[in-house]
Design a protein around this ligand. Structure first.
Ligand code: AMP
Ligand code: MG
Length: 406
């Protein structure tokens, strides 16, 4: 049996980042930059005022022999406009926040430090001396033309989008979002809208995986259910040929798996592994028509857990991320883990910060067929292989599902 780490390493060795594309700025969130982003202009592009006030010469702002300077107001400049004259000695110009500093002025005094009689006043008294450059945001203070502002490989979030907008990137070079085909298998599986009939159960995996794929940043394509026949599987795999990854659930038990293996033998190659973990021992990995295929187990909890362990890192690698794995922290397992397993056990749990510790509560009965064991879980408590016992109050590592990858 392979360890989780060995299986993951073998899978990731076969996966590379997808090609770059240009996407509209607003659609770039969550994607990874495929090129360095270089400032095309100085930002801000012109020296501008940080305050509402008056633009003047610093040397005109100092009082002489107790006498406040009184300057002639020659006009005003609003944000979005450019002054049509220069400020000269003995004069000042009204200025708004964000407006370009008029030629001649070397400083701005905020309105609160001035006195005048009405908004159209032709004079202003300066109540405090101000040094040159006061309240002036110089051109290029934030970014310089030619500067690399964002590096290739950066994940684009709201703040990066703000920077790209200010630099005029209406389209952004990013790694393309992977398209993931999702295929359920099994003669017993019916679709969600169908009433239950004897022997049948509804397809929960395809819908669960569709949502999980989307939450990992990829585009899911749900292909429905393949029957347990080579013909049915072959037909579905043909539909998946243009995708970047095929995710299947079920049909990887030893007997079933032969079907998939037959197709793989004609159209690609496949590795089938027993992984030393619980839930989710059997996992298949290979290619069909050149498209990587990750075959997850059929039990809904197993398929959910193995998606988190193998599927999510694969999608992140295709997306161009370098941080692929969820962080692990030490937790106190308040209620302990009842069942002892020889395989490494990923126990669904709720982890919270309490009194200076991370404290885990397991989500009850951990049967791999019990979907309710996923409810409220934000972590997997990891019980090492070899039948390790976790008593109430013992510490263990937990993989934090709702934390960003490291
Ligand atoms: P298998 O690996 O195909 O033997 O499936 C293992 C278990 O998972 C069986 O009890 C299946 O009925 C169940 N199962 C397989 N596929 C799905 C699915 N898409 N939705 C819900 N349960 C499934
Ligand atoms: Mg099956």
């Amino acid at each position: 049996m392979l360890s989780v780490e060995e299986a993951l390493e073998r899978i990731l060795a076969e996966i590379t980042a997808l090609p770059a594309v240009q996407v509209p700025l607003a659609a770039s969130q969550g994607l990874v930059l495929a090129q360095d982003v270089i400032a095309r202009d100085d930002i801000p592009p012109f020296a501008n005022s940080a305050m509402d006030g008056f633009a003047l010469l610093s040397k005109d702002s100092h009082s002489h022999e107790g006498q406040l300077p009184r300057l002639q107001v020659i006009g005003g400049v609003a944000a979005g406009y450019v002054a049509d004259q220069s400020v000269e000695e003995g004069t000042a110009m009204r200025i708004m926040t964000g407006a370009p500093v008029p030629p001649g002025a070397d400083t701005v005094i905020q309105i609160e430090l001035t006195r005048y009689d009405d908004p159209e006043s032709t004079w202003v008294e300066i109540l405090e001396g101000v040094p040159p450059g006061n309240n002036i945001r110089p051109a290029g203070e934030d970014m310089r033309a030619g500067q690399v502002v964002l590096h290739s490989g950066t994940e684009i979030g709201p703040w990066e989008i703000g920077i790209l907008a200010t630099l005029g990137y209406a389209a952004v070079p990013v790694i393309r979002r992977p398209r993931i085909a999702i295929l359920g298998t099994g003669d017993e599986i019916i679709d969600v809208h169908e009433p239950l009939r004897p022997g049948k159960i509804r397809d929960s995996n395809s819908y669960l995986l569709e949502a999980a794929v989307r939450s990992a940043g990829a585009e899911p394509y749900r292909l429905g259910i393949a029957h347990d026949t080579v013909e049915s599987l072959r037909e579905k795999f043909t539909e998946a040929a243009t995708c970047d990854l095929i995710l299947t659930s079920g049909g990887v038990s030893v007997g079933d798996f032969d079907l998939v293996k037959d197709i793989m033998a004609e159209q690609g190659q496949i590795n089938f592994w027993r992984i030393n973990m619980r839930p989710g021992k059997p996992v298949a990995f290979g290619r069909i028509n050149g498209v990587p295929l990750l075959g997850l187990p059929g039990n809904p909890v197993s398929s959910a857990v193995t998606f988190e362990l193998f599927g999510r890192p694969v999608i992140r690698k295709m997306l161009g991320h370098t941080r692929l794995l969820k962080p692990q922290v030490e937790v106190i397992v308040e209620d302990g883990v009842n069942d002892r397993a020889m395989r490494r056990h990923y126990v669904r749990a709720r982890v919270q910060w309490r009194d200076g510790h991370f404290v885990a509560h397991t989500t009850g009965n951990q049967g791999s067929n019990l979907m309710t064991s996923l409810l409220d879980a934000n972590a997997f408590v990891i019980v090492p292989e070899g039948g390790t016992q976790v008593h109430p109050g013992d510490t263990a590592k937990a993989m934090m599902l709702d934390w960003p990858e490291v």
